[in-house]
Design a protein around this ligand. Structure first.
Ligand code: ZN
Ligand code: ZN
Length: 176
């Protein structure tokens, strides 16, 4: 849980306050992807806009993920921004917003949900441990980053095989 005390901030329109804090580890269970976040540090600023409280800042930390190609665990150091407007319960808020406004109660704003959403948005659709990852052999399942299996390469899609043939022919012609 991360809460910002806005007792003083609420009193003066146009004022702003910096905040900073560590977060407990978070794990997100997304379809086909489990990610754990650790060493989380949140830095930001809350501003009294007159209408509401604008909260923005940056999350830093480490994400432990599983590579979608080779299925190995890997870690990624990241920093990612967040920004959100909060309105006090009972106050006026802009009606033109496409999303229902975020409401806070009392003298504190809980930004836990905002943080979780920012972390979720930061995740790649297909996490890959490295741009050079070779993934798993589609035949025997061995990790091609670690060893080369004996599986035959001729098993590739026949249409691609034809393409390979054309390229070879072309190379032969140009060398003449
Ligand atoms: Zn990988
Ligand atoms: Zn293989």
């Amino acid at each position: 849980m991360m809460k910002i005390d806005i007792r003083e901030l609420r009193k003066v329109k146009g004022s702003s306050e910096a905040f900073q804090g560590d977060l407990p580890d978070i794990s997100l269970d997304l379809p086909g992807q489990k990610t754990a976040f650790r060493s989380l540090l949140v830095k930001g600023e809350a501003a009294n806009t007159g209408e509401g409280i604008y909260v923005h800042g940056e999350i830093r930390g480490t994400a432990d993920m599983v590579c979608s190609l080779c299925l190995r665990d890997y870690s990624l150091d990241f920093r990612t921004p967040f920004a959100e407007n909060f309105y006090r319960e009972g106050d006026d808020f802009p009606k033109d917003a496409d999303q229902p406004p975020l409401i806070y109660h009392g003298e504190e704003i809980d930004i836990t949900a905002t943080i979780r959403e920012a972390l979720q948005l930061m995740l790649p659709m297909k996490p890959v441990c490295s741009p050079q990852c070779r993934g798993l052999c589609p035949h025997c399942g061995c990790d091609l980053n670690i060893r080369r299996c004996g599986c035959k390469k001729e098993d590739i899609d026949p249409r691609l095989a034809v393409l390979g043939q054309l390229i070879i022919n072309d190379t032969n012609n140009s060398s003449k």
